[in-house]
Ligand binder design. Structure first.
Ligand code: HEM
Ligand SMILES: CC(C)=CCC/C(C)=C/CC/C(C)=C/COP(=O)(O)OP(=O)(O)O
Length: 300
């Protein structure tokens, strides 16, 4: 065995359950699950069936985690070049791509069976399609092909509210698609704010993210325009009578916050504004979905 092979085996043996946990992108999956839960709750005016709640959340969570692990495998070369990601378990050599793929397959299979056996087939197939959308179409192809990668790929990450809704009702409803549209429109300003901050990383890894291909100023304009679009899309649940006054007030305050950061980023940026905008985007979506829940359950 050569020196390099021995060294890489030594690193690999250091893998712990924490490395496997990290590969599932737990914080991203938690937020995806919140949006799925809200999709479930808004789908019905009564309580959600406990079996659908438990196995629905488990299945969507495990398939999302599986997609995240596959992303770590497919991207391990890119990840090893970027300062933000070089320490990831597969990039670092702590977990071999083969072991990571087996892990992804096992949790993905458990997730699919949970949905197929205890929820319904439509939810199982739609969730699997989201996995393919993110892990295969976005990660393996779009990410390296076009600066519109995250706009198109964002559809997979936006799917969970629909998945939650379909888990409860077994059918696709326009209101569920409206929730998808909100996350879909939120994704570009969420990601591009971070990409502005990490532009050098992406350039080094030769990934055609918008700030690399079209420059930072153009990307800031896109963040601002998508944030305006997000404000309009967020008004729709109230305008179509899906949500009420609590939602209108909550979403207006949150969107005013997002507009503040997007305008500051474009016209009066400080060194931390891009990262502040990115962090706020996560808080924005989290609170927005909690507000949707509050609006659904509190009669006004
Ligand atoms: C194509 C769509 C998306 C792209 C390209 C994207 C990209 C990213 C990136 C690069 C990070 C930084 C991770 C890090 O610091 O290592 C991040 C963080 C995060 N994203 Fe997204 N994201 C997308 C969609 C979503 C969606 C749909 C959600 C949830 C609904 C989400 C929730 C989060 C959360 C919670 C974090 C913080 C994670 C942490 O602190 O560990 N993202 N995103
Ligand atoms: C079944 C289902 C709902 C699947 C969706 C799964 C999922 C984890 C979506 C979140 C999108 C996301 C974190 C993209 C970042 O990938 P990236 O490769 O651009 O970022 P990175 O460099 O941090 O890995």
């Amino acid at each position: 065995m050569g020196q390099q092979a021995i060294a890489s085996k030594a690193i690999r043996n250091q893998a712990t359950w924490r490395d496997y946990y990290e590969m599932t992108k737990p914080r991203v999956v938690m937020l995806l699950l919140l949006t799925a839960l809200v999709g479930m709750c808004l789908a019905t005016s009564t309580w959600i069936d406990l079996q659908v709640l438990i196995f629905g959340m488990l299945g969507i969570g495990l398939l999302s985690s599986s997609a995240a692990v596959i992303n770590h495998v497919v991207d391990h070369k890119i990840d090893s070049v970027m300062a933000r990601t070089f320490n990831r378990p597969v990039a670092k050599g702590k977990v071999s791509p083969q072991r990571a793929l087996v892990f992804a397959f096992v949790i993905g299979a458990i997730g699919f069976v949970s949905l197929a056996a205890f929820v319904n087939m439509l939810t199982a197939w739609l969730t699997l399609a989201s996995l393919v959308g993110y892990a295969v179409i976005y990660t393996s192809y779009l990410k390296r092909a076009t600066p519109q990668n995250i706009v198109i790929g964002g559809l997979a990450g936006a799917a969970p509210p629909l998945l939650g809704w379909v888990a409860v009702t077994g059918e696709i409803h326009a209101y569920a698609l409206l929730l998808v549209l909100i996350v879909f429109t939120w994704t570009p300003p969420h990601f591009w704010a971070l990409a502005i901050h990490r532009e050098k990383d992406y350039a080094k890894a030769e990934i055609p993210m918008l700030p690399v291909t079209h420059g930072i100023e153009f990307t800031k304009t896109c963040v601002l325009l998508y944030t305006v679009l997000l404000c309009l899309v967020c008004a729709l649940p109230y305008l179509v009578d899906m949500s009420g006054l609590i939602y209108l007030i909550g979403s207006t305050i949150l969107n005013a916050g997002f507009m503040y950061f997007a305008i500051k980023l474009k016209y009066r940026p400080e060194a931390s504004t891009a990262m502040d905008t990115f962090k706020f985007s996560i808080l924005h979506l989290m609170i927005l979905f909690v507000v949707l829940l509050a609006d659904h359950y509190i009669p006004l």
